[in-house]
Design a protein around this ligand. Structure first.
Ligand SMILES: [Ca+2]
Length: 102
């Protein structure tokens, strides 16, 4: 036992890690507030539309996840001002390569 260093001050790790609450189960991977021009359907701002975007939308439609206003605009791939099953279906078609863009 040679580590007799007694740190009187607590480690400053508390500032780095935000308090984790148990209430948030499903949140988008990143809060996409900083980007304005994002590809339609790219909910998490990953640069491409993939299954995670589809999943997030599905969860939203099920009431299991919430989306920001920016995300709601991004995910309205049909452009009718509504985020609904039509958008989910359209993204599914995109992922199935039935359409190549929105
Ligand atoms: Ca729509």
């Amino acid at each position: 036992m040679t580590t007799a260093v007694d740190v009187t001050e607590p480690a400053e790790t508390a500032a780095e890690t935000p308090a984790v609450t148990e209430t948030t189960e499903i949140t988008p991977a990143s809060a996409p507030e900083e980007f304005n021009k994002t590809a339609k359907g790219d909910l998490d701002g990953s640069g491409k539309v993939d299954l995670s975007d589809l999943t997030t939308l599905a969860l939203y439609l099920l009431g299991e996840a919430s989306l920001t206003d920016a995300q709601l605009e991004i995910v309205d791939v049909t452009g009718d001002g509504l985020v609904d099953l039509a958008d989910l279906a359209t993204i599914k078609q995109f992922l199935a390569h039935k359409i190549d863009r929105f």
